[in-house]
Write a protein that binds this ligand. Structure first.
Ligand code: BDP
Length: 717
């Protein structure tokens, strides 16, 4: 072999090995190298006894074998009975023998249909570990959780876990178009290769389902909320069916977006009026046709009368009429309708932040039982920080599901490292006070505040066909963290970061401690360098890439950044207090009082609710202008610190992922400075004040920043 060929071969091998690492997400199954733990694991896991033989159980068995092989170097023998000591038994309740069933009786009482038990038991004087649940998918969840115990190097002695998901629908929303572009997608093209489906099953579909099952995600909406009716034609339904067949053994149901005008576009009707008998019938037949192919089809997600999408209002009907008509169509098959509350109208001159509440709150109690209203976490649109959406807690008779955005439309695309579980947790922990203190958003979402039966959390996916799925290696943590929070909305984001790092990179304390802190701080960093102190929606318009606080020429006022920051000679911020648009009145009395008063309004939300003067005194004694400038600088400094932290991990991380993150952090640093300089130069025109000490001089002029154009920024359709 010539030297050149050798080098080439070496390059190819090492490339594929580390690319594989990226691809393997949080399921690396790295070899455990703590000798004490290895011997504990080996002693307790001398074999696997598998009860049952469904496809799901076979997946669980395969997963365990792979995990044991990779982490412990043991090729596990599969035992068909449980006479031997120190084995791991997996099987659902109905497959357990009577004695074990009895032993676990009280544990089964603690879990719901999807919950699992992981327990050390003594059976006929022999020690065993058992993983069980009420069905095989629950067992699979248990298996993934057990493997996480090994991955995070925790002890397997005296296990006693009974864990259930707190929400029913834990679902990804793919904003994927049929041409494979992804709206607001920054990780390549859509995973769904419609042209090759249904006959070609890409290994990606299986790996996608496996990754989701490992974090408890149980649903996926395959198509964009800005929907195309073609997905509902037989030609495409056949392809959807093929995907549903792949996902089923992993406990994942398929859902589709329903374009409200589909009866006209693909059904030859001349109306889509939800009260029209032919329309009603068309949807009934369509539902029956889908369920014939996919008996466990989840239902429809609908964006209606929002941003130009068709809906019931085109026919003088309202959201209730539209949602209930579709709900009737899927009800006989157990389907649900997820009806989005993301609405705002170009004909409504009112504060955009008030519109969803104003329109939907009066509908409380009017939707059918199988309708759940899907509400974005904040009232505007997935900003780096928004106060919680006032609808949460305000519709006691209507199930509401949370919609988070995992893809980073407004948070630096897939080039910025931002750990989103921190943002999600902040929203979930917010207290709505709708039923007194402690009425958190999490309790609305998991149904415990108003005893809703139907509950759910949706995340707009950040997944594409990039080798590493999400564009940024750390964006994988946002997919992971979303799934964990959908399972348990009370989980702490630090716990999530800890788990993810151990499963994805390393258990070494020199990685865990600093990098965990870096992840946790990353969310505040992005707020600081983009939209500190409650600023929002000042991204360049259309693609939302980079700063554009100066944009003011778009046809709809609420698409313009100037509409949101309202900077002038007197100050900056959107007055949503009683003196302004009175959006604060949409919250419960306690929250309203808090937000309405500039003195008590949390400073992190100050400019969201108030227009304050440039000389306004912040809590730290700084004037608003100086405080704002210092926040922008702090954001930049935080990214520099992230770079320092990352550099120190080099010897613990494979070189490919290390280098990728290093390059991406460099981009983030440059862009953080771009944000700081562009925003401060622009706002300075109004404040007329010098930059305070400690804030670096801008690198370019305002004119330069304004001249930057990005006609091909990704994700913009
Ligand atoms: C906005 C996006 C737009 C989506 C819309 C939605 O800019 O692409 O279609 O939300 O959620 O964030 O419907």
């Amino acid at each position: 072999m010539t030297a050149l060929r050798f080098v080439l071969l070496f390059f190819l091998i090492s490339f594929s090995a580390s690319a594989q690492k990226d691809y393997k997400l949080w399921l690396q199954y790295n070899e455990v190298n703590n000798a004490v733990l290895v011997s504990e694991y080996r002693n307790n896991l001398k074999g696997i006894t598998v009860l049952g033989n469904s496809e799901t159980i076979k997946i669980a068995e395969k997963e365990l074998k792979a995990g044991f092989q990779d982490m412990l170097g043991i090729a596990s023998e599969i035992k068909s009975d449980i006479k031997e000591e120190n084995t791991l038994i997996i099987g659902s309740q109905s497959n357990l023998n009577a004695e074990i069933k009895k032993e676990l009786q009280s544990d089964f009482g603690k879990i719901n249909e999807e919950g699992f038990i992981i327990k050390s038991i003594s059976f006929k004087n022999k020690k065993q570990i058992i993983i069980s649940g009420k069905n095989d998918v629950a067992v699979l969840y248990g298996v993934f959780n057990f493997l996480r115990i090994l991955q995070t190097n925790k002890s397997v002695k005296n296990l006693n876990i009974a864990d259930s998901p707190k929400t029913n629908i834990r679902i990804l929303n793919h904003w994927d178009n049929l041409d494979r572009t992804v709206e607001r997608g920054y990780a390549g093209f859509s995973l769904w290769n419609w042209q090759k489906l249904p006959d070609f099953i890409d290994q990606r579909y299986i790996d996608y389902a496996r990754a989701n099952a490992s974090i408890g995600i149980n649903g996926t909406v395959l198509t964009n909320v800005n929907a195309n009716a073609l997905i509902l034609t037989p030609q495409y339904l056949e392809k959807v069916e093929a995907l549903a067949n792949v996902f089923r053994p992993y406990g994942i149901k398929v859902y589709l977006t329903a374009r409200f005008s589909a009866p006209m576009e693909i059904g030859n009707l001349n109306t889509a009026d939800p009260k029209d008998a032919q329309v009603i019938n068309w949807w009934k037949n369509k539902a029956a046709e889908i369920y014939k192919r996919i008996p466990d089809f989840g239902g429809f997600l609908v964006k209606a009368n929002s941003e130009g999408q068709p809906g019931p209002q085109n026919y003088g009907r309202d959201h209730v009429d539209g949602a209930n008509m579709l709900a009737d169509a899927v009800a006989p098959f157990g389907g649900v309708i997820m009806w989005r509350a993301f609405v705002y109208s170009e004909h409504d001159a009112n504060d955009r932040a008030k519109q969803a509440y104003a329109e939907f709150q009066p509908y409380d109690g009017k939707f059918k039982e199988n309708v759940i209203v899907q509400v974005k976490n904040g009232a505007i649109d997935f900003q780096p920080r928004e106060p919680f959406h006032p609808l949460f807690g305000a519709m006691p008779k209507t199930p509401l599901m949370m919609e988070f955005q995992i893809t980073q439309e407004y948070l630096g695309f897939s080039t910025h490292l931002v750990f989103l579980p921190k943002l999600f947790q902040e929203v979930l922990e917010s207290d709505t006070y709708q039923k007194g203190k402690g009425s958190t958003v999490a309790k609305v979402v998991d149904g415990t505040l108003y005893q809703n039966k139907l509950t759910g959390i949706a995340g707009v996916a950040n997944i594409g066909n990039d080798l590493n799925w999400t564009g940024h290696p750390f964006a994988q943590a946002n997919w992971y963290g979303f799934g964990r929070l959908a399972w348990n909305p009370y989980l702490d984001s630090e716990t999530i970061a800890d788990e993810w790092l151990r499963c994805t990179f390393s258990n070494h304390e020199n990685v865990i401690k600093p990098v965990k802190k870096m992840m946790i701080d990353s969310r505040e960093a992005v707020v600081n360098y983009m939209t500190p102190l409650g600023l929002h929606h000042i991204m360049d318009t259309g693609h939302h890439y980079g700063p554009g606080p100066w944009v003011s020429n778009l046809s709809r006022p609420e698409w313009n950044p100037t509409y949101y920051h309202k900077a002038d000679k007197n100050g900056i911020g959107f007055d949503r207090s009683k003196k302004g648009t009175n959006a604060t009145a949409q919250y419960s009395a306690e929250v309203e009082k808090l937000f309405d008063n500039v003195e008590t309004c949390p400073e992190k939300d100050l400019l969201w609710f108030h227009h304050v003067s440039w000389d306004y005194k912040l809590k730290n004694g700084q004037t608003l202008w100086n405080g704002l400038a210092l926040k922008y600088q702090e954001g930049v400094n935080q990214v520099a610190e992230m770079q320092n932290v990352w550099k120190k991990t080099e010897k613990y991380i494979d070189s490919e992922r290390f280098n990728e993150v290093e390059m991406l952090l460099e981009i983030q640093y440059k862009e953080a400075k771009w944000w700081r300089d562009a925003c401060l130069l622009y706002f300075q025109q109004f404040s007329g004040k010098e930059l305070p000490k400690g804030v670096e001089k801008p690198t370019q002029t305002l004119e330069y920043f304004k001249s930057l154009k990005f006609p091909f920024a990704p994700g913009n359709g």
